[in-house]
Ligand binder design. Structure first.
Ligand SMILES: Nc1ncnc2c1ncn2[C@@H]1O[C@H](COP(=O)(O)OP(=O)(O)OP(=O)(O)O)[C@@H](O)[C@H]1O
Ligand SMILES: [Mg+2]
Length: 501
């Protein structure tokens, strides 16, 4: 017997002009169960979830709650009926505190106005439940991306929901944070709460789900209970073929292209996050930096790229010291960074797909006062093709792209600068398995042509598929170095990760 259906989509369609994001979808959410929605970038997953949670309205079709047709005018309507959503693209106000973000729009009122003390108490309780040490008074912009994701989760948990939609809730979380979230999910479902889960971490999603549904090009193409599915089933139904992320590419390694010497990077309080770090990367070499969230990987890469200032050490690119150069000058020298936070650092939200793609290469098109639009257009078209961005064209607003396709734009934008060395900080965040294979192929091809690649990730399997050499970082230092024949366990042990998971 299957559990009671609490919320359902009936023949729901959504179009944006000529883009048919959903083409008549039926979808059931069962009481107290986890249903996972799988699908490629741009398949329509977020669109369907936004409709079920009242954020947007369908072009046609119906939402049925407890057997009754309903129409949500906005997200508050849905929330009042017990439906909450954790958004894929975080929706927090950066300059407000953690507490104010959690209670924004539904402040707790006392006799004298907003009861901040009570809001703070509840925020602390939520953080405790999520096993996070985040002070309720911290402005959200001071938190690392994964912590911001925790705040987004806490905000959804602070409402007593019957149905909780989680659109890529773990894309920036560490393995232990994911464990905690899964414990919370199990507690919620035991109390009868229904969960809809979306993730491109397919194995991870398999450990929590009760049902799997696959969406492809706006159409529901497969459904099965947990007992009948495995990884192969998901991938086959998602993309129609199987992907092997393969093994590190053969490429002849040249001279040292990027040399990081005795580098130290401070945090806001002046304490060193990265201490005396040395790393040489040769032309044609792909080096993976593995570490837990907070190991200092992001700070290292941002300092090399010129976003953060080092307190000591040198950065040398192809024999030239670049430590004193601006970000733009480093890009012109051939150093590119794909940053961790695409919303904040990777994309300009008010610009089109094309403008974003050509932004970092603009110097190449400018002759005196004139920009060569023809060459720029060629670059945009070429980039869209290269990184397989699903979009109606270069003129589309960047915000109209699905999350994974926005990520591909950030990667395409930096590859378009023709770098000599590229740094990628968790670049697979939110991209589907086919796109990941494509990014790996592009990096391997780059390496064959002499590109030096530094690939930072918290997924061991990515290191083993792409890297010639694996560096493990822990608390701001390199704690181990391996070649690509190393086992998963040894890498994890060097990172300070427990083997329990
Ligand atoms: N506001 C919008 N304007 C125009 N097109 C849109 C808009 N929002 C979404 N789309 C289009 O709808 C399609 C589905 O997008 P959606 O965000 O639902 O994909 P997704 O399955 O969540 O993908 P991802 O895994 O990358 O997050 C895409 O082609 C996207 O470009
Ligand atoms: Mg999405």
């Amino acid at each position: 017997m299957s559990a009671q259906v609490v919320l359902a989509a009936r023949n729901v369609a959504k179009s944006y002009g000529q883009v048919h994001a959903l083409k008549g979808v039926n979808f059931d959410i069962h009481r107290g169960q986890v249903t996972t929605l799988f699908g490629e970038n741009g398949a329509g997953k977020s669109t369907l979830m936004k409709i079920l949670s009242g954020v947007i309205q369908p072009t046609s079709g119906q939402i049925v709650l407890d057997g009754q047709p309903v129409a949500f005018g906005n997200a508050n309507d849905a929330r009042d009926r017990g439906i909450s959503i954790i958004h894929q693209e975080l929706s927090l106000a950066p300059n407000l505190s953690v507490r104010d973000n959690i209670f924004m729009g539904r402040e707790i009122m006392g006799p004298l106005g907003v009861d901040y003390a009570e809001e703070e108490r509840q925020t602390r309780a939520l953080m405790e439940e999520l096993e996070e040490q985040i002070d309720p008074a911290t402005p959200v912009e001071d938190l690392r991306l994964g912590q911001q994701q925790i705040v987004e989760i806490a905000r959804a948990l602070s409402v007593d929901s019957r149905i909780l939609i989680m659109d890529e809730p773990t894309s920036a979380l560490s393995a232990s944070e994911v464990e905690v979230l899964f414990k919370v999910i199990r507690d919620l479902t035991a109390r009868g709460v229904s969960i809809v889960y979306i993730s491109h971490h397919l194995e991870e999603a398999l450990t929590i789900t009760d049902h799997a549904v696959v969406l492809r090009d706006g159409v529901m193409t497969a459904y099965a209970p947990r007992a009948e599915i495995d990884l192969e089933w998901i991938v086959r139904n998602m993309v129609g073929e199987n992907y092997d992320l393969g093994s590190p590419p053969d490429s002849a390694k040249g001279d040292v292209a990027l040399s990081i010497r005795d580098l130290s990077v401070p945090d806001a309080t002046g304490q060193d996050l990265v201490r005396g770090l040395n790393l040489d990367v040769r032309a044609g070499e792909i080096v993976c930096i593995y570490g837990l969230m907070g190991a200092g990987r992001t700070e290292l890469l941002e300092t090399v790229a010129g976003r953060l200032r080092a307190t000591g050490g040198q950065i040398v690119l192809e024999g030239h010291e670049i430590s004193h150069l601006s970000i733009g000058q480093r890009i012109a020298r051939g150093l590119a960074l794909v940053p961790e936070d695409r919303q904040r650092d990777g994309l300009v939200q008010t610009m089109s797909v094309g403008q974003n793609l050509s932004l970092a290469s603009i110097a190449r098109f400018t002759r005196g006062l004139f920009t060569s639009t023809r060459a720029e257009r060629d670059l945009v078209d070429d980039s869209i093709r290269r990184v397989t961005v699903k979009t109606s064209g270069g003129g589309a607003p960047i915000g109209s792209l699905s999350g994974g396709n926005q990520q591909k734009v950030v990667i395409g934008k930096m590859l378009a600068t023709n770098p000599r060395a590229i740094l990628l900080d968790e670049p697979s965040r939110g991209i589907d398995i086919g796109a990941k294979a494509e990014v790996f192929r592009l990096l391997a091809e780059g390496a064959k042509n002499g590109l030096a690649v530094v690939y930072s990730t918290s997924e061991v399997s990515e290191c083993l598929s792409i890297a010639h050499r694996i560096i493990v970082m822990h608390k701001g230092r390199i704690t181990a170095e391996f070649d690509s024949t190393v086992s998963k366990d040894r890498i994890m042990a060097a990172s300070g990760e427990s083997q329990a998971a």
